[in-house]
Write a protein that binds this ligand. Structure first.
Ligand code: HEM
Length: 501
């Protein structure tokens, strides 16, 4: 067991970016809270048969997903049954808090991650999502250009380190929308956008490894803390003149159309801190939420595409015929019409959810569930998303990767006149059985942008390249499963070959 634990730990150490999904670590804390017993001694404990907290902690590191499935079957309470989601989502933030969960699990006291600030989700909802209709054309141009530069010609079968390339492609394309067409290509910007998350998660992991009582004395002196401070200083130095220029251009008619501008506009509108430091922090915050989450999902999709050779022709046919009907433009309606591609991506999320848990929230005030169960303040709760996604009563034949599962479900629901069910089968839909983007008022506001970006990357790739596993490899690369997380192996190559036009 110790060796397996060490192995899992080595994966964690080697691949710090694996912890990049917002909130995924809450699960670790939850289980620790549960396992420490107090104040939860009256609750059933998953892994009670294991002898002692340390053994349970080790089991969590290497087989957390089994523990979640176990908890799901037993309807354990702190890993809460999804049947309570609707009543939970109605509780106000001062009772059940998303921000407080992030603050605790991300060790915000030491990592200095911004929490309790509604600016980013508000700006994503009111600035970015409504702007997608007019931004899609420029996002699509950026995707094409980034793929041309990062993937290259590939006249013959060429190995491509896909996760590494996708980090840059997603960084550039997201950067176009976050900070504008010139700066998104700057290596300094990309370095900060990609590595801030990795270094933040390194520090978070290092703090977590310290016994709690030592943290106030040692956490700020950890080498990881120093590295993160340097990263933030560098990012500040890079962003400051840009932000200053924007602030002095506030009254111009032709203000830029990007997140940085919308964030500045919102801060001013609500009379909030608009200092260059604050704005630089918000930019890092948006990179943290967006870049690695989107890259991991797209990497999973590429591994699935390469491992299922039958898929490419089906998806390519759909993309070609939809584009032919939309003047060759990746408009919002064209993207929505690519239902097989949408289904393939949703099945990718179902089959490889980044985290075993979802809807992580901290209980700030005690409350009682409709079954009479009292939930004490001070703990973190969550829902076993991955166990739901692999429940045969929810998804028939759950062990099968069925790329067209949601396409067929949507078509059937449409034929039966069940419009709501059809809508729930979309990539961006959240429901009690689709929890990868969370649930309720804090469900990921960036998912509409992520969906467009990922679809454009996959569609552009399918139109230009054939993709396959490297020679001698017939199976999909397995994901790393560590502490409830599922991470596509970031070290692997796929083979790319340009399609003759
Ligand atoms: C496939 C990619 C992505 C995945 C899987 C993902 C997943 C998540 C999850 C699980 C949450 C927590 C929701 C909850 O607990 O209810 C979340 C929150 C959030 N996400 Fe995403 N996300 C993705 C992409 C993005 C992008 C591209 C952006 C920005 C453009 C973004 C911005 C945010 C923000 C701001 C929050 C916090 C919401 C709040 O405070 O209310 N995400 N995301």
């Amino acid at each position: 067991m110790a060796t397996t634990h060490a192995l899992a730990q080595a994966v964690v150490d080697k691949l710090p970016l694996i912890f990049s999904t917002l909130g995924v670590l809450v699960a670790v804390i939850l289980l620790q809270n549960v396992l420490q017993g107090n104040p939860l001694s009256s609750f059933p404990v998953i892994g009670a048969e294991l002898d002692g907290d340390e053994k349970r902690r080790q089991a969590y590191m290497v087989k957390a997903r089994d523990l979640y499935v176990d908890g799901y079957k037993k309807s354990s309470v702190l890993v809460v049954s999804p049947k309570f989601l609707d009543e939970l989502k109605r509780l106000p933030d001062h009772v059940l808090s998303f921000d407080a969960a992030i603050h605790e699990t991300m060790h915000a006291k030491y990592t200095l991650i911004e929490t309790g600030n509604n600016t980013i989700p508000h700006t994503v909802k009111t600035g970015l999502t409504p702007a997608l209709v007019r931004l899609n054309a420029s996002i699509s141009d950026e995707v094409q250009e980034a793929m041309r530069r990062e993937i290259g010609e590939c006249k013959d079968w060429t190995p491509v380190h896909i996760n590494k390339k996708l980090l840059r492609i997603v960084g550039i394309v997201s950067g176009r929308v976050f900070i504008g067409p010139e700066l998104c290509h700057s290596e300094e910007y990309l370095d900060a956008a990609i590595n801030y998350t990795i270094e933040l998660m390194d520090l978070r992991t290092a703090v977590e490894a310290l016994p709690p009582w030592i943290r106030p004395f040692k956490a700020n002196r950890l080498p990881e803390a120093k590295k993160l401070r340097q990263r933030v200083q560098q990012a500040d130095a890079f962003l400051r003149p840009i932000i200053r220029a924007r602030l002095s251009n506030q009254n111009a008619q032709d203000k830029p159309n990007d997140m940085l501008q919308w964030l500045i506009d919102d801060q001013i509108k609500f009379g909030l801190d608009c200092s260059t430091e604050k704005m630089a922090r918000l930019q890092l915050g948006i990179s943290f939420a967006a870049i690695h989450t989107t890259t991991m999902t797209t990497t999973n999709a590429f591994y699935n595409l390469a491992a299922h050779a039958e898929l490419a022709p089906i998806l390519r046919d759909e993309i070609r015929s939809v584009l032919a009907e939309h003047d060759g433009v990746f408009s919002s309606t064209a993207l929505q019409a690519m239902k097989k591609l949408d289904s393939f991506l949703k099945e990718t999320l179902r089959f490889h959810p980044p985290s075993a848990g979802s809807f992580q929230r901290k209980v700030l005030q005690p409350f009682t569930l409709s079954n009479g169960q009292e939930i004490p303040a001070g703990i973190i709760i969550e829902v076993p998303a991955q166990a739901i996604a692999s429940d045969p009563d929810v998804y028939p034949d759950p062990e099968k990767f069925d790329a067209l599962r949601f396409y067929k479900l949507r078509e059937k629901a449409k034929d039966d006149g069940r419009i709501e069910v059809a809508a729930q089968g979309q990539f961006v839909s959240v429901s009690q059985s689709s929890l990868t983007f969370g649930y309720g008022r804090h469900a990921c506001p960036g998912r509409f942008f992520a969906a467009n970006e990922i679809k454009m990357i996959m569609a552009n790739c399918l139109l230009k390249y054939d993709v396959k596993m490297v020679d001698g490899c017939t199976e999909r690369y397995p994901n790393f499963e560590v502490a409830g997380l599922s991470i596509p192996d970031p070290t692997r190559n796929l083979l790319f070959k340009r399609i003759e036009e």
